[in-house]
Design a protein around this ligand. Sequence first.
Ligand code: TYM
Length: 332
Amino acid sequence: MAKSDKKTIFSGVQPSGTIHIGNYLGAIKNWVGLQDKYDSIFCVVDYHAITVKQEPEELGRNILDVVKIYMASGINPEKSVIFRQSDISAHTELAWILNCAAARVSDLNKMTQFKDKAGQEKENVSVGLYDYPVLMAADILLYNTDLVPVGEDQKQHVELARTLARRFNSRYGEVFKIPEVEIRKEGARIMGLDEANKKMSKSASPANYIALTDTPEAAAKKITRAVTDSGKEIKYDKENKPAISNLLTIYSLLSGEEIKELEKKYQGKGYGDFKKDLSRTVGEFLTTFQKKYNSFEDDEVREILKEGAEKARPVAEETLGRVKERLGIKNS
Ligand code: TYM
């Protein structure tokens, strides 16, 4: 990557199957506008994906598909670096170093996503799932990242990256830049369609999410069946009407219409009319998105990943080199 005066953003998505409109509205969509202003690095975090069981035949496919999703969303590989985490070994090397020289068990015990994901199985999940936030910190810190644009659920992980960077710096001297988290107000936490008090999640039942690869018909069915709130009013009120507020957020972000305008538009109308129009908006979005998504060839994507890794690797290796020097494990 050529050195520039611009600040750097870094973010990533796991290639672990379904990518849904929560991932899109909470993260990927926001990256598109940022890529002109920042040196932008978007990673396909396959080492994060294997913290839970993946089918080997599917993982390779999913990695290419995430790149296609980035590009169909508007990430331009001529402007932004797109690469696969496992192509640059500095990520796992730095994660190990941070495990030893910065992260504490007490830090990881605080991670709410681990508690949610591990649930009752806490003692039986992989060590990698527990350690996942340290690998994420390594991803971010290797590239002297200024800003990490993510959805709300990743905030605590970015805060950990800041803590680990500060701790390492104070022990070994200034090496890492302290990154900031960037979370948009709208769309930062898209809720499940079948349960409006839990975030939309790929590990839930398909009724919970709209996948970016769902057909417009399948999406419309899910919207028709989506939970609603008591009362008939189409009104944004997160406290008392969480389900309709979530649908209004999705509608607004995909159509570009303000929530206030939508509230006016549906004054005196019922949930049925609202859901019908929302289904149309979602369907139009999916049709356009999938047309682009299907226009990319696997070989083209492989080439983009290869070129991306070539651009990112020198930056990562330079940072890792400085870290090793501070630790006394380089050139001895
Ligand atoms: P992942 O793959 O779970 O999710 C990718 C992005 O989607 C956002 N997101 C959501 N946003 C709004 N509403 C939702 N319901 C929703 N669900 C997911 C996530 O916040 C995320 O921004 N650990 C990360 C990947 C990662 C990473 C990194 C991110 C690895 N290294 C370094 C930034 C920087 C993850 O598992 O995201």
